[in-house]
Ligand binder design. Structure first.
Ligand code: UT7
Length: 332
C-alpha cells in the first residue's frame, strides 16, 4: 500500500476588482511604465477598496468558491491555516476571522507569518496534520492586503505589490499523489533588508512612528533581489535533486511572483522552458502569501493527475523554500 499523502483536492482564489495600472502609478510617484515593466514584469495589480475590508474578506471569497467547487460546507473542515503578513488584526488570528465569516465551527485555526514563503510553510504544516490520519480536511489559505502597508510615495516598493488571496483544500490520498517533499529555510539575519519598522512590540505605534512612515514596507530591493535569485534557485534545484527529478520530469514550476527576473533565474536553474512556468505577475504583481495559490487557481484546468509540480518562494525574514507535489486530480 502507498504511504498516505496530503493531496490538494480543490483550489479557490479571489482578486479585488480595482485595477491599479502602471499609468496610474506614473501619476502618483516618479516612475514610468517602461521602468516597471522591464525591472519587474508588472503591468497592473489589484487593490482592495472599501472601509473595513481586510485580508479575511478576500480569503472568505476564495474559500466560498472552493466549497462550491468541491461540494463541501463549513462543517466538513477540521483545520484552517492562514498564511498572511497583513492580518486583519495583530490578534486574534485571521484564520479565526475567516472561519467565523464562513461559519466554520468544528475546526481550529491559526496564522503563519513567514512573509512571501508563508503559503509553503502553511501547506507543509497542513500536510503534517493530514498525515497523522486524525484530520481529513485542512484548508490552507494564503493572502495579503499589501496596499494596507505600502507607502504610495515610495516608488521602490509601491509599484511591486498588490492584494489578493487563494486557498487549497488538503485531503488524504493513498494513490501516491499529493505533497511529497518540502525544503524550508529561514535566516533571521536578513530581517534588516525587508521589514516593517514599527507596530510590533519593539516599537509600538506612536504619533512619531506614524509621522515617520514606519508602518510601511521597508525594502532594500537590490540586496533582497540577490538573496532571492540565489536561494530560490538553490532550493528548487535541491528538491529536484533529492527526488531524482530532471527538468523533463517537471510539468510546472509555481514560483513566487516577486520579480519576473527572479522567476526566470529559477526556471533556468531547473532547466525549464517558459511554457512550464506559471507567471501572472504582469496582472497581479506581488500579492505576498497570495501568489502561489493564485497561480494554482488560474492554472488548475491545465493540471493533470500525476503531474510533477515544484513550488518555490522567497521572502522577508529571510524565508525561502520549495515543495514538490504530485498533482492529484484532473479538472472536468
Ligand atoms: O517578495 C518578497 C521579496 N522581494 C523581492 O524579491 C524583491 C526583490 N527586489 C526587486 O525585485 C528589485 O530590486 C526592485 C524591483 C525592487 C528594484 O529593481 P532594481 O533593478 O534592483 O532597482 P534598484 O533598486 O537597483 O534601483 C535602480 C535605480 C535607482 O536609481 P539610481 O540610484 O540608479 O539613480 C532607483 O532609485 O532605479 C530607481 N528606481 C526607480 N526608478 C523608476 C527605483 N524604483 C523606481 C521606480 N521607477 N519605481
Amino acid at each position: 500500500m502507498q504511504k498516505m499523502c496530503a493531496a490538494i483536492t480543490a483550489v479557490g482564489g479571489y482578486v479585488p476588482e480595482y485595477v491599479l495600472n502602471n499609468a496610474e502609478l506614473e501619476k502618483m510617484v516618479d516612475t514610468t511604465d517602461e521602468w516597471i515593466q522591464t525591472r519587474t514584469g508588472i503591468l497592473e495589480r489589484r487593490i482592495l477598496k472599501g472601509e473595513g475590508m481586510g485580508t479575511s474578506d478576500m480569503a472568505a471569497e476564495a474559500v466560498k468558491q472552493l466549497f462550491a467547487k468541491r461540494g463541501i460546507g463549513p462543517d466538513d473542515i477540521d483545520l484552517l491555516i492562514c498564511a498572511t503578513t497583513t492580518p486583519d488584526f495583530t490578534f486574534p488570528a485571521t484564520a479565526n476571522v475567516i472561519a467565523d465569516k464562513m461559519g466554520i465551527k468544528n475546526a481550529f485555526g491559526f496564522d503563519i507569518n513567514a512573509a512571501c514563503s508563508g503559503f509553503l510553510y502553511a501547506l507543509t504544516t497542513g500536510s503534517q496534520f493530514i498525515e497523522t490520519g486524525k484530520y481529513k480536511k485542512v484548508l490552507v489559505v494564503g493572502g495579503d492586503k499589501m496596499s494596507s502597508i505600502l507607502n504610495y510615495e515610495d516608488r521602490a516598493t509601491c509599484i511591486i505589490f498588490g492584494d489578493g488571496a487563494g486557498c487549497v483544500l488538503l485531503e488524504p490520498n493513498e494513490e501516491g499523489n499529493g505533497i511529497i517533499d518540502s525544503v524550508l529555510r529561514s535566516d533571521g539575519a536578513g530581517r534588516v533588508y525587508l521589514h516593517q519598522k514599527a507596530g510590533g512590540s519593539v516599537k509600538p505605534a506612536t504619533m512619531e512612528t506614524v509621522m515617520n512612515k514606519e508602518h510601511f514596507v521597508y525594502q532594500e530591493g537590490q540586496t533582497v533581489f540577490k538573496f532571492a535569485v540565489k536561494n530560490m534557485a538553490d532550493v528548487a534545484a535541491e528538491i529536484m535533486e533529492r527526488n531524482n527529478l530532471s527538468g523533463d520530469d517537471v510539468a510546472w514550476l509555481v514560483p513566487h511572483q516577486a520579480n519576473k527576473r527572479i522567476i526566470s533565474a529559477t526556471a533556468d536553474r531547473m532547466g525549464l522552458s517558459e511554457e512550464k512556468v506559471m507567471i501572472n505577475i504582469e496582472r497581479y504583481g506581488n500579492t505576498t502569501n497570495g501568489t502561489l495559490p493564485l497561480c494554482l487557481w488560474e492554472w488548475e484546468k491545465k493540471l493533470h493527475k500525476g503531474d510533477n509540480i515544484v513550488l518555490a518562494a522567497f521572502g522577508g525574514g529571510f524565508t525561502w523554500g520549495a515543495t514538490y507535489i504530485k498533482w492529484a486530480y484532473d479538472t472536468k
